[in-house]
Write a protein that binds this ligand. Sequence first.
Ligand SMILES: O=P(O)(O)O[C@H]1O[C@H](CO)[C@@H](O)[C@H]1O
Ligand SMILES: Nc1nc2[nH]cnc2c(=O)[nH]1
Length: 309
Amino acid sequence: MADAKCATGKCEDKTITYEAVKAIADNILSRIKVKPVIGIICGSGLGSLTEAITNAQNIDYKDIPGFPVSTVPGHAGRLVIGMLEGLPVLAMQGRFHYYEGYPLVKCSLPVRVMKVMGIEYLMVTNAAGGINPTYKVGDIMLIRDHINFVGFSGNSPLRGPNDDRLGPRFPPMTDAYNPALITRALSVAKEMGIPDVVKVGTYCFLGGPNYETIAECKMLHTCGVDAVGMSTAHEVVVAQHCGLKVFAFSLITNKSSLDYEKKEYANHAEVVAVGKSRESTCRELMCRMIKSIAAERGSSGSADCGCTT
Ligand SMILES: O=P(O)(O)O[C@H]1O[C@H](CO)[C@@H](O)[C@H]1O
Ligand SMILES: Nc1nc2[nH]cnc2c(=O)[nH]1
């Protein structure tokens, strides 16, 4: 079993070869009973999105050679594989963040592993601070686009030699968040009776791990950012590079301060607690989206959503 390692031994960003990605994909496939078509990444406090998965098999990240391990509270660090709304899925309970010390190529390695396993759709969730002053804690923002501040200076998971088997050298990022899936999610929000809670907006990826200053929040607001976090964009860049269809949403776990008279003090315990308090709504949205994809593909979704608590 090959470990994930630098192709040349000289790459600052530790380029991970196609062969190393394939070895991880084959290792997982050899241990599971279904061939997943949907990949799910659970954000901070949102690990229970996996609770609706039936016939679940769990694999701890530490038991997958070459896979990183989770170090952040609220990220359990395991794969959950099974059936959801009639489709085989692979969910990550725990993602990898740049601030944990991993290079971006390693943070987003699981997305490439999903692609090589045959997965077609990626559903990404995260906890984020609400920069848009109209957003409330507990709102769900469907991500229409992102601003990848970490990537502006070339810190990209795509940096280094490009292997065309994983995607093109210069991928476009237009429609990286599948517009049809966003439209469908807005209909789903109406069906669920939560159209006021569900927004559509722009996510901004900052490196963290500190939360933002008030001046930074004011700048992000001016730049058109609606929600800010420390994840997702690098995963979506890789997903778009390798041709996965992406649906993503942010749970607004805290409001960002735009005013020195109204200071907010973000903290991770609160972020995780808000995630837990909104888990059933987030899970239902996710399940209904998967059910609609199952229907489109002609797979037999269960008669009712079965995800409500
Ligand atoms: O993006 P997720 O993993 O949901 O987590 C968000 O919450 C943490 C900060 O509280 C950061 O890791 C930020 O990115
Ligand atoms: N950067 C950042 N990440 C978050 N994750 C959850 N809330 C926040 C926030 O306010 N800022």
